[in-house]
Design a protein around this ligand. Structure first.
Ligand SMILES: [Zn+2]
Ligand SMILES: [Zn+2]
Length: 393
């Protein structure tokens, strides 16, 4: 038996009993199945033989209250995670970070070395080291880290925001005790004999399995499907948390909220919550690191003669910027301290790019003035250098 087996195998499913079955119920289910699949009664039936082995293995663990408790705890640790609320709704992902998970376990003391090995020892040590040590350490266990996502408006990202995050996890359906059956008494699936898997055939020395089509991989068939969970045996439990996103986050940034993950067990610390932030675009302002950007139209005369222009800021009063005489189109100027909030509370700058606007309609007086300007600049050719350079190369 490997740790992987331990995480992957559902011994309750193998014995066809609910998660909260009593010792007597487990014993009864085991005896019935053991009789049914005993090799003596199924001579030459490899499937029955395999099933018998599984039944025995399941009984070894579930039939021993101490082992059963460890098994339940190990599976609870790997069993649920966070869902992202957001456009897609359910179907989010849960990533667990082995390093964090087991690193946290090692903090509890125990095998000293820390890291992967130490953590595993804490989680599974009681079962797998029983032979050598004979003792089980009961230690606090850190809760899971949870990954989720949130979308903020541009302003919320700059200023910081408190947002509700819905965290979902899968729990056994209360109505049917996780069996999926209205009477709490599901039948073991005859197609896969309760394993939940069917062979797809074999090739190249290894065999492949598919989830059983008849029981959808559950190993059990509900004669009277539970109305609450539609026979799946699982229910979604969700909680909503108010989470403070600090000021100055940028799009695609992943922030860590310490202690906001799944609660710890036996007095252990909670895991961390990782939130990947998406930021909506703003119709006026852009963002370059700590700086905000804005494009401001100026008239030709403002650019040529110089002047003062009013520039909007994000969430504050407008500022006045001096445009020096002879400012070219596209020049960027800086309004200090009007940008995004930095970690230390100071602000970046607002980068103001001037864009010379060309009038599409002219009043008679403006037209006369521009005609006069043309006459005054006759002989000036702004393209002279361009043609010179084009010839040279
Ligand atoms: Zn099946
Ligand atoms: Zn149910």
């Amino acid at each position: 038996m490997s740790t992987k087996d331990f995480i992957e195998k559902d011994y309750y499913k193998v014995l066809g009993v609910p998660k909260d079955a009593t010792e007597a119920e487990i014993k009864k289910a085991y005896r019935k199945l053991a009789r049914e699949f005993h090799p003596d009664a199924n001579k030459g039936n490899a499937k029955a033989e395999e099933r018998f082995k599984e039944i025995s293995e399941a009984n070894d663990v579930l039939g021993d209250p101490k082992k059963r408790k460890e098994y339940d705890e190990a599976r609870a640790l790997f069993g649920n995670g966070g869902f992202r609320p957001g456009p897609g709704g359910a179907g989010g992902s849960f990533n667990f970070d082995l390093g964090d998970l087991f690193g946290g376990g090692a903090q509890g003391g125990g095998q000293g070395a820390g890291g992967f090995g130490g953590g595993l020892g804490d989680v599974f040590g009681g079962l797998f080291n029983r032979g050598s040590s004979g003792t089980t350490r009961v230690q606090p266990r850190r809760g899971q880290d949870i990954d989720t996502e949130v979308t903020l408006s541009f302003t919320e990202a700059i200023e910081g925001a408190t947002v509700p995050l819905r965290m979902s996890s899968q729990a056994p359906c209360k109505a049917c005790s996780g069996t999926g059956d209205a009477n709490g008494n599901p039948r073991v699936c005859p197609t896969c004999v309760g394993t939940g898997q069917v062979a797809r055939g074999s090739g190249g020395g290894f065999s492949l399995t598919d989830p059983c089509p008849d029981c959808k991989g559950r190993g059990l068939i509900a004669e009277n499907p539970c109305e609450i969970c539609k026979g799946s045996g699982r229910a979604k439990s969700s909680r909503t948390m108010q989470v403070r996103i600090p000021a100055g986050v940028s799009d695609s940034q992943r922030i860590r909220l310490r202690g906001k993950g799944a609660p710890g067990e036996r007095g252990g610390p909670a895991g961390d919550l990782y939130v990947t932030v998406h930021v909506d675009a703003h119709p006026v302002f852009g963002r370059k690191g700590d700086n905000l950007t804005v494009t401001v139209p100026v008239t030709f005369s403002e650019a040529a003669l110089g002047g003062e222009v009013r520039v909007p800021t994000l969430g504050g009063p407008a500022v006045t910027l001096k445009v020096p005489p002879g400012t070219p189109n596209g020049r960027t100027m800086r309004a200090r301290g009007k940008g995004a909030v930095r970690k230390d509370g100071t602000r970046g700058d607002l980068l103001v790019t001037v864009e010379v606007s060309v009038p599409t309609e002219l009043s008679g007086k403006a037209r006369d003035a521009l005609e006069a300007y043309r006459e005054a600049t006759v002989g000036e050719d702004p393209r002279a250098e361009l043609f010179q350079a084009a010839k040279g190369a």
